[in-house]
Design a protein around this ligand. Sequence first.
Ligand code: SF4
Length: 262
Amino acid sequence: MLKQKILEALKYKREPMEKRISASQLGSSVYEILMRIKYGAIESKEINNATIGSILHKGLECIFKNEPMIDVELDLSYKYKEWNITGTADLYDKETKTIYDYKFIKKTKVNGSKTITGLIDKLKNNDDDEYFWQLCLLRYLANKNGLEVKRLVLFTVSPDAGWDYEKKRYIKFDDEVEIPLNYISDEKIEKRIDSLIKELNLYVDFENNKITLPDNCEAKTKYGFLVDNNGKKIPRKCELYCSYKDVCKLYRNKNLNLEWRF
Ligand code: SF4
């Protein structure tokens, strides 16, 4: 009952066959984006990593609801070559013109997961990361809607922080990583969207409501693997983060030994 209420409160609508690309999909494989176009938003049947993140966002709405200078969950969109490019800024501070994006992120690297130090190293080396793309796309969308943005901040919350017994030191639960405003330029963003649209158009026939899927989903191997207690490798992204795993033909784990889910 309690769980159903939580899941109900976190439901959101995305119809199938929508010409939409969202900020959170910039790091997704074409296959994943096509799954969203084919099925729309699929309801979560269980509380998982994605729902935990959504609960944090719901909390933000409660905390800042009476703050007139803070917009929470600010929906942004822009029509680009017939596609709706969308994104939601977790917080927009109208006074400092700052977009904050909240992320749950590990302090310690597990199976290829992101870490804060990893993100900072990427920034130093001028490397790419989907989080940087997401924030820069939000800045792009805000600007297209006439909103000024002066800062982009990744606000990270780490559930595995606290006392580190091995290193005998305390690790903070929260952190902030500032992303330079034009870390990814408008030109680069439009180039990426152009190439995504070009690729998606190969698979979707909107006029006839038809969609074909490629043979491969890059996300299946890109984010590492979990191993069950029979030694079977489980694609981490599929198992922990993808809401399409129940309908995805590439992910068939019917014989998975799930005792590790204690
Ligand atoms: S379940 Fe895995 S293979 Fe299928 S769309 Fe999701 S990430 Fe890709």
